[in-house]
Ligand binder design. Structure first.
Ligand code: LMR
Length: 342
């Protein structure tokens, strides 16, 4: 009787351990086993296929699946197919998705440091933005997400933003007066448009085309590749090439998922992130150049490229907003960011 009892207990223990490890395998393993773990990981984002974000995500998939001999499967969901702006962060925290790549303007509620890409005319190009986020101050801001159980792995640029609208060609700060502009997030972008006499509201990217089409807002600001790939030129009459703010992304993962990986598995994924970062960074500027060309060829929006003196007028107008937000974000951080454009 005692023997039978022991045998049953042993069976129960082995069975429950096996059940545990198979449950782990979906979202990260125990972190202790040797060999590459069998996993399925999901990458979710909100933009279209022909963008640096999707190029980076696909490079990550390719590298990780190849180097793990197919043990790790990577599913990439573009176009808000899995999660949209409103729910992707919570679902990362819940480990329902293992990687998201939000525009930092969508993280301003988590930390004011993520307003940095919205500081008017701060970075002169992608390289300056990359250098800031790779540096000590940028990494400090990423670390502030750790309180949510979120790990910032890398920054991917998209590029400078430009304004499209349905009402008139914007050439001076006064031209924005009375317009209603959709932004990616509140805080600094809201202050910026407030300073220009425009109203602003944040609408998820997945709902933006319809919002523009229905006139819920008059305009929006975005990169050429986002404007072109989502065909916003179909529902907007004017585009001003301005480059006043930026779209920069944070590649984020769930800390528990990450810590649950064993060394061999984590190394492959880490290298995959590195490769993907290179691809995203290398493709961003080219995709924006191509997109501008396509927008010109399609000829649906009237394009005005601001002259240097027109840009200076915007810079001057936005000086008070810049100073106020430099203080809010931290003078030392902004000084460091400014130094990358010198
Ligand atoms: C937007 O919402 O306009 C962009 O931030 C989308 C993106 O992820 O590039």
């Amino acid at each position: 009787m005692k023997k039978l009892y022991l045998a049953l207990m042993t069976f129960a223990l082995v069975f429950s351990l096996a059940a545990c490890s198979s449950a782990d395998s979906d979202s990260g393993g125990s972190g202790e086993a040797d060999g590459v773990q069998e996993l399925t990981i999901k990458i979710s984002h909100v933009v279209a296929e022909n963008t640096p974000k999707q190029h980076g995500a696909l490079a990550m998939k390719e590298y990780i699946e190849k180097e793990s001999d197919g043990k790790i499967k990577v599913q990439v969901y573009p176009n808000s197919q899995l999660f949209g702006d409103k729910d992707e962060y919570q679902n990362l925290v819940a480990n329902n998705v293992q990687f998201i790549i939000p525009d930092m303007a969508k993280l301003v509620g988590n930390d004011p440091g993520f307003n940095i890409p919205s500081m008017p005319f701060l970075f002169k190009d992608d390289e300056a933005a990359n250098a800031f986020w790779d540096g000590e101050k940028g990494q400090e801001i990423f670390k502030r997400l750790e309180k949510d159980g979120v790990l910032g792995l890398s920054m991917w640029p998209n590029g400078a933003k430009h304004i499209t609208n349905e009402k008139k060609a914007i050439k001076t700060p006064e031209d924005l007066d009375g317009m209603k502009i959709r932004t990616q997030g509140g805080q600094l972008l809201e202050a910026l448009y407030g300073d220009l006499g425009a109203g602003s509201t944040s609408i998820p990217f997945g709902e933006l085309y319809t919002a523009l089409q229905q006139g819920t807002v008059d305009g929006q600001e975005n990169t050429f590749s986002n404007i072109e790939s989502k065909k916003f030129d179909e529902v907007q009459k004017y585009m001003t090439v301005m480059g006043h703010t930026r779209v920069d992304y944070a590649l984020l993962t769930n800390t528990k998922f990450w810590d649950g990986l064993n060394d061999e598995t984590r190394k492959i994924i880490e290298k995959g992130v590195e490769e993907a970062t290179k691809v995203a960074r290398d493709s961003a500027a080219d995709l924006n150049d191509e997109a501008l060309k396509t927008l010109k060829d399609r000829g649906q929006v009237e394009i005005h490229e601001l002259s240097e003196s027109e840009i200076d007028a915007f810079k001057k107008h936005l000086e008070p907003v810049y100073s106020e937000w430099a203080e809010k974000i931290g003078a030392d951080i902004i000084k460091d960011a400014e130094s990358k454009s010198k």
